[in-house]
Write a protein that binds this ligand. Structure first.
Ligand code: SF4
Ligand code: SF4
Length: 476
């Protein structure tokens, strides 16, 4: 009789009832994935170096002295690929997010969780940085298990101390990196080079982010993918039988059976020799032979492990491979389904709308409002005026000299205070002005007035407002 597995998650009859990383008594089942090597691991490593290099270089890339990427959620200021987005551009950012989400959905429907295994920063740092350091210091899975279960002797203190120190250093580095994306590299440099009291909020942010990363990569680990990441939890609704995933070819593999010497072939057997290596290398502790599971981050470790086994037992590679349920069950792969076409149409519409919005977006914006609580002011010499507030936003990276004029006949603009409206790059300006006309020229109590705003002599906006004054020649 087949021996039942101690971990309920690996039991084909019970695996859907429990998390692989939680024991029956509710405690954490620490995963010790075995070291893996092979075709996919090699190319994942290459790609991870490239992606990490881009990630770390990101905050240092500046164009004309400004960041190329900035996600300043505190001041609601974003620079994406050099283009600045202000709070007034929230609708553009929402569009951008929608495009991103639809793209991710489309990509997932077709290619499953390729993102998780190959490009997600959590996997990159966990599997390609922290895990490798752990292997280098504490050895492979069995050595780690022995070390953890053993007494606190000098070897354990030394190894754990070294590992924690390196993990803390890297977490600090990642914390600084995240802050650089949020507030800019120059600000981070200031926080680092000046006393904490000079930038207390920034300093706390740096320490908090570093602490979170230390917690995630040294202890929380795969739990981030299993219980926190919303993308992982969406797989159930995104994937279908045509989606490509890391799959076990059960048609070829079953019935699984270990190879026994001198065994007489009584019943036909599948290619899976039930060695369990695919389970031992899995960083989320699951058995891919139970089918596609939410916990699978498509890291390809089981593909490499199984391919190695197949080579040794002289059977074709690819018992575990990138495939869809239909390609295994029915032998054919259909990538472009009706669902995929639908998502493509939505994506194209969103992208077209976004391009149109970007093309019509102004780099300079003005808003004029009547001064609250005031109607009109009667002036000497038979003149009458209305007071207005103006807000100007310069989204460009150059200073802009802004002028305003009224297009209504006989109406003059009289600026309050500084007559020179020079807007600094990437700045907001608030000012006031009067519209003034002769009382005798007032034809209606509320007149529509067009104002022309120009920067460096070139019109960038026409704004309509109201001018209020009593009709006729009487003074107030
Ligand atoms: S089942 Fe395979 S691909 Fe999925 S997480 Fe485990 S090792 Fe990675
Ligand atoms: S590594 Fe391959 S042969 Fe070994 S148990 Fe997994 S699927 Fe079967």
């Amino acid at each position: 009789m087949a021996k039942k597995n101690q971990n309920p998650h690996l039991d084909p009859e019970k695996f859907r009832d429990a998390l692989a990383t939680v024991r029956e008594d509710g405690k954490r089942n620490w995963v010790y994935p075995k070291k893996v090597s092979g075709f996919f691991y090699k190319y994942r490593s290459y790609l991870s170096w490239l992606l990490l290099a881009i990630l770390f270089a990101g905050p240092f890339i500046q164009v004309d002295g400004r960041p190329y990427m900035l996600f300043n959620i505190f001041e609601r200021k974003f620079i994406i690929f050099g283009a600045a987005f202000w709070p007034q551009d929230t609708h553009l950012l929402i569009f951008l997010l929608l495009i991103f989400f639809v793209f991710i959905i489309l990509f997932t429907v077709v290619f499953g969780r390729v993102w998780c295994g190959w490009a997600c920063p959590q996997t990159l740092f966990m599997e390609m940085v922290f895990r490798k350091i752990e292997y280098a210091i504490e050895g492979d899975a069995n050595q780690q298990r022995t070390l953890n279960q053993g007494p606190w002797n000098s070897e354990k203190i030394w190894k754990k101390g070294l590992k924690i120190s390196i993990f803390a250093l890297i977490s600090l580095l990642i914390g600084h990196l995240v802050m650089a994306y949020l507030i800019g590299i120059d600000q981070v440099k200031e926080i680092v080079t000046q006393p904490p009291s000079a930038h207390l909020a920034g300093f706390i942010g740096l320490i908090a982010f570093s602490g979170i990363f230390m917690f995630v990569f040294s202890w929380f680990r795969e739990q981030a993918c299993l219980v926190v990441c919303p993308y992982g939890r969406l797989q159930g609704v995104l994937l279908d039988d045509n989606s490509i995933n890391v799959m076990y070819d059960y048609v070829r593999g079953e019935p699984r059976s270990p190879i026994r010497k001198n065994e007489v072939e009584a019943t036909p057997k599948g290619d899976c020799i039930d060695c369990g290596l695919c389970v031992q290398v899995c960083p989320t502790g699951i058995d891919i032979r139970n089918g596609t599971q939410m916990e699978c981050v498509n890291c390809t470790a089981c593909i490499d492990a199984c391919d190695e086994v197949m080579v040794k037992v002289e059977r074709p590679k690819g018992l575990i491979r990138y495939a869809s349920e239909n390609s295994i069950k029915q032998g054919f792969q259909k990538l472009i389904t009706g669902r995929v076409k639908g998502y493509v149409i939505v994506l194209v519409i969103l992208m077209a709308a976004f391009v149109a919005l970007i093309a019509t977006r102004s780099d300079l914006e003005g808003t004029v409002t009547r001064f609250p609580g005031m109607t009109y002011q009667a002036r000497e010499g038979g003149m009458v005026s209305n007071l207005y507030n103006i807000t100007l936003i310069n989204k460009t990276f150059e200073p802009q000299s802004v002028t305003i004029e009224s297009l209504a006949e006989g109406m003059k603009v009289e600026i309050v205070g500084d007559m020179n409206w020079v807007l600094e790059p990437q700045s907001k300006f608030e000012g006031r002005f009067f519209l003034v006309r002769e009382q005798a020229g007032v034809k209606v109590p509320q007149e529509k007035v067009l104002l022309r705003l120009a920067a460096e002599g070139e019109e960038f906006e026409e704004i309509e407002t109201n001018f209020m004054a009593p009709v006729g020649a009487q003074n107030n």
